[in-house]
Write a protein that binds this ligand. Structure first.
Ligand code: G3P
Length: 218
């Protein structure tokens, strides 16, 4: 399973890339708004200059023609840009048409295996089941990821599954065990994945003991 960062925060993306474990980024209008940035195009181009992998940017208009036209402009920002399109009836038509033009689509706001099946049939490059938001309403979000993986496994679909709306490190383990191609995660979850109190305590002890040995050799 690969890891994408689900953020529009440039410093956090730089950090994840320095750690060598981040191979893509997903953004959405909420995440860009959180950073207080208004120029979406500049933000996405900056992200593309940092991470060498897919960078998802969301279409924020309605109606098939307007969505297609905005998606084409967004896709032209950088070769790594993937256009996020919602899993709606209009979104399905938009995804089919863009995919035929060679524009990569990440079908987002996916909450059912049927939506994921349609995303694959429409030629989406990625589909994003929202795990945490299903958990929020008392459904098993990761069961959806498993169900999509089971469905896709039966066929020759190229669509990659991004476990999205990830809220905590156990979601990452579960997404990997479900066979998700990618998990897109907030930076704090990435930090939590590497942190363990026993690692910190063990490391502090090794260093302290070594200073004692080192001191005796001086
Ligand atoms: O990738 C989708 C993600 O940004 C949604 O996360 O936490 O708002 O449900 P969340």
């Amino acid at each position: 399973m690969r890891l994408f960062l689900d953020t529009a925060n440039i410093e956090r993306i730089r950090q994840g890339v320095r750690w060598g474990v981040v191979s893509g980024v997903t953004t959405n209008p909420t995440l860009v708004a959180q950073e207080g940035r208004k120029d979406y195009q500049l933000v996405v181009k900056e992200i593309c200059s940092i991470v060498d992998g897919p960078v998802s940017a969301e279409v924020v208009v309605e109606g098939v023609d307007d969505m297609i036209s905005q998606a084409r402009s967004i896709a032209a920002w950088h070769p790594n840009v993937v256009v996020k399109i919602p899993a709606t009836p209009d979104g399905l038509e938009v995804t089919s048409r863009l995919s035929r033009e060679g524009i990569r689509v990440n079908m987002t706001l996916c909450f059912s295996a049927n939506q994921a099946l349609l995303a694959a049939l429409a030629g989406a490059a990625f589909v994003s089941p929202f795990v945490g938001r299903l958990d929020d309403i008392g459904q098993d979000g990761m069961a959806l990821v498993k169900s999509i993986m089971d469905t896709y496994k039966e066929y020759d679909f190229d669509t990659e599954v991004i476990a999205a709306s990830i809220r905590h490190p156990m979601h990452c383990v579960a997404a990997a065990q479900a066979g998700a191609d990618i998990a897109t995660i907030p930076f704090n979850v990435l930090e939590q994945m590497i942190k363990h109190p026993m690692t910190d305590a063990g490391n502090a002890r090794f260093l302290a003991d070594w200073h004692r040995v080192d001191g005796q050799n001086k």
